[in-house]
Design a protein around this ligand. Structure first.
Ligand SMILES: Cc1cc2nc3c(=O)[nH]c(=O)nc-3n(C[C@H](O)[C@H](O)[C@H](O)COP(=O)(O)OP(=O)(O)OC[C@H]3O[C@@H](n4cnc5c(N)ncnc54)[C@H](O)[C@@H]3O)c2cc1C
Length: 423
């Protein structure tokens, strides 16, 4: 395990996705650099490298609206601060609804958003074309638009946090899997790690099992590989473990005997050939889960819910998705029927029963802190959540937010709500 400099760290973070890396960087900013981030795969291998890059403050709950206002501010400054271009573009989010019931929810949410300081406005179907002239508003009941929402290119966002955290002294070990924990009573004393092989991960994606070979993803292995001994298992000690393992988090919790209620759920997405810029906002139809935006490179990137998809880690693509997406996209924008899809991929949403995340200490395991269950909006949450998680880890003070979002709410029957979920 050569490249790890120590056998003991103050904090071990499981998962080098946007959540783990944002937290690691915020810890370093507070002077806590005795931090190890481990990931069983490569940077951007989880949902953080597979998402649509949508960043919005249009939610139905005040907590999410206020948190996302701060995240958007962080996104605005990210490129200059981190010296990396994340292609942040504030073209707004245009939400469409096609039922009276959802229109009511959209109305109430827009009011709440305005009370929280957003510029959200409601649009009648005939006004939708003022924002996107190419949209066919037939069947649309109501729409809402907030010009401050936007999109980023997720990969450089992840790389930006990773580089800044590393430069500040945080260690990041990719291809390093958490296999289990050594316990001392109700506390984790050590984290058992093992090197993983990238060809095995690629095969897992394809649902194949190979013992060798296979073309790996295009990444900088020399820079990313932290551990050189093949297959060797070893243990590091730590004071606190932060689980940012996204859709794999229930599996991590199971290692200490805790059954979380969140479930991994495949979500598919695709991108087209590049087009001249024509689409300002990310458009999301709350009725069938369709969403699409135009990247800075011109591609239309979008997805839709495809049902039924059994719960479980599954990152394979399906023809059913393409057909469902194409049908809904062409209904919304008929001229899209002539555009070619170039690439299709999938990742996992991390779904909780009440659409809100699981964040904070677990009562059952004193030094295990969870940050998971972020549904389809965890990327946009990570800039602000990283700051809050680092504050929590540094001070050990619990906040109202971390009490509200704690796992114990499910045992106490205190379910929350959030209606503006895409996909
Ligand atoms: C198709 C799609 C579109 C989406 N669109 C958006 C969007 O537009 N906007 C938005 O905000 N969100 C979106 N999301 C959701 C968002 O991507 C996630 O909520 C967010 O990336 C979660 O980040 P994370 O760091 O918590 O998890 P991840 O990025 O999934 O990282 C978890 C990491 O943990 C690692 N890991 C797992 N098990 C272990 C182990 N045993 N040992 C070590 N490491 C382990 C994994 O390898 C992984 O890299 C989308 C998701 C998908 C799938």
């Amino acid at each position: 395990m050569s490249a790890l400099t120590k056998r003991r760290y103050r904090v071990v973070i499981i998962g080098a996705g946007i959540m783990g890396l944002s937290t690691a960087w915020h810890l370093a900013k507070r002077g806590i650099t005795d931090v190890l981030v481990v990931d069983r795969g490569y940077l951007c291998g989880g949902a953080s490298g597979r998402n649509g890059g949508g960043i919005r403050a249009q939610f139905s709950s005040e907590t999410n609206i206020r948190l996302m206002r701060e995240s958007i501010e962080i996104c605005r400054e990210f490129a200059a601060k981190m010296q990396i271009n994340v292609w942040f573009r504030q073209g707004g989010y245009l939400f469409l609804t096609r039922t009276k019931q959802r229109a009511k929810m959209l109305e109430a949410s827009a009011k709440l958003q305005r009370d929280c300081g957003l510029d959200t406005r409601l649009l009648a179907p005939s006004e939708v074309r003022d924002i996107v002239p190419e949209i066919d508003p037939t069947g649309v009941e109501l729409a809402s638009f907030n010009p401050g929402d936007g999109v980023v290119f997720p990969w450089p966002f992840v790389w930006g946090y990773a580089k800044a955290a590393r430069d500040a002294g945080v260690e990041i070990a990719t291809f390093t899997e958490v296999e289990g924990f050594s316990m001392r009573g109700a506390k984790i004393a050590g984290v058992r790690l093992k090197k993983t092989r990238h060809d095995a991960l690629v095969a897992e994606d394809r649902d194949e099992r190979t013992s060798a070979g296979g073309a790996g993803p295009l990444i900088d292995h020399d820079r990313e590989r932290a551990i050189d001994e093949e297959g060797e298992a070893f243990e590091v000690e730590c004071e606190t473990v932060l689980c940012c393992a996204g859709a794999w988090s229930p599996a991590i919790a199971r290692m200490v005997g805790i059954e979380l209620p969140n479930k991994p759920h495949r979500h598919e997405i695709c991108s087209t050939e590049p087009l001249k810029p024509w689409l300002g906002p990310l458009v999301a139809d709350l009725t069938d889960g369709l969403y699409f935006s135009q990247s800075m490179r011109g591609e239309i990137v979008g997805g839709i819910s495809v049902e039924p998809v059994p719960h479980g880690i599954n990152q394979r693509s399906s023809a059913q998705f393409l057909a469902t997406y194409a049908r809904s996209l062409v209904r919304a924008v008929p001229t899209m029927s002539r555009v070619k899809v170039l690439r299709q991929w999938a990742g996992c949403y991390d779904l909780t029963p009440d659409g809100n995340p699981i964040v904070g200490h677990l009562d059952e395991c004193e030094n295990l802190v969870m940050a998971c269950g972020f549904m389809g909006h965890g990327f946009m949450m990570a800039p602000v959540m990283g700051r809050l998680l680092a504050e929590h880890l540094a001070t050990d003070e619990s906040t109202e937010l971390f009490d509200r979002w704690n796992f114990r709410r499910f045992k106490e029957g205190r379910l929350l709500s959030e209606s503006m979920i895409i996909g």
